[in-house]
Design a binder for this molecule. Sequence first.
Ligand code: ADP
Ligand code: MG
Length: 301
Amino acid sequence: MKIGILSRNRKLYSTKRLATAAEQRGHEVHVINHIRCYMNIASFKPSIHYDGKVLSDFDAIIPRIGASVTFYGTAVVRQFEMMGVFSLNESVAISRSRDKLRSMQLLARKGIGLPVTGFANSPADTDDLLDLVGGAPVVVKLLEGTQGKGIVLAETRKAAESVVEAFRGLNANFLVQEFVKEAGGADIRCFVVGDKVVAAMKRQAQEGEFRSNLHRGGSAQLIKITPEERSTAVRAAKIMGLNVSGVDLLRSNHGPVVMEVNSSPGLQGIEEATGKDVASLIIEYIEKNSKTGSNRTRGKG
Ligand code: ADP
Ligand code: MG
């Protein structure tokens, strides 16, 4: 097969691993910097160009779209879908997962366990909003934050009010969430491919930090998850419409709660912690599922 990996940097661990795994399985691989792609949005023959050349005959693409370029990146993915190319994760699903509020609403709709979460627009409602999620301590999150940036733990009501006021002043959209203290600064990353959790790790935040992101100095180790955690992760991925995803769970007093579903989960942490060849499992999934024109949405917004 001819597989395109949409990535801005071919030296990134995940990009390299996916490229190597695909080559080892006999595929032709091209790493495409999606930011450099330009498009011809025509009814009959949509096309994608790169550095003066037309990108054609791809069987499948693997989008690795960074959070800062979601808008343009998903447009490129959509264009591939319009051309009938199989995308490992479809553009609508990627956009969905990048908006924390939208994701939470979709998951709640289907009865997935979530931390109690509130959202309000008017400053007049701050007081009530904080009560709604059970009062301090609360976690305040920017809707489009990633890698632990834009997430604040407000331990007192006064602190919560100040953070909310500051975010409002910046015209930022955010949500307010119950702080799941009993998780003890740890979360569980379930790496889902198709309808299976193929690897899972526990990430523990550094001393004095509540965010367990590896980018924030968290440490990772292999973990055995419960059947309930497994089924929650698989269901969450399915609801989001993602074929490959990283579902992050917290172990709360009321069972596993989903914090977020990532559409471009990194491979380094999970492969190192679990010793699993996740990259090859992803390529295998593409081999089995990538019939031309088999995208569900075919470029629909
Ligand atoms: P990001 O997209 O920036 O990774 P997350 O929502 O995953 O944002 O939050 C980052 C980290 O902060 C999580 O991995 C978790 O360790 C911690 N965290 C986030 N929300 C909560 C919460 N409600 N209760 C306890 N810890 C949380
Ligand atoms: Mg996270």
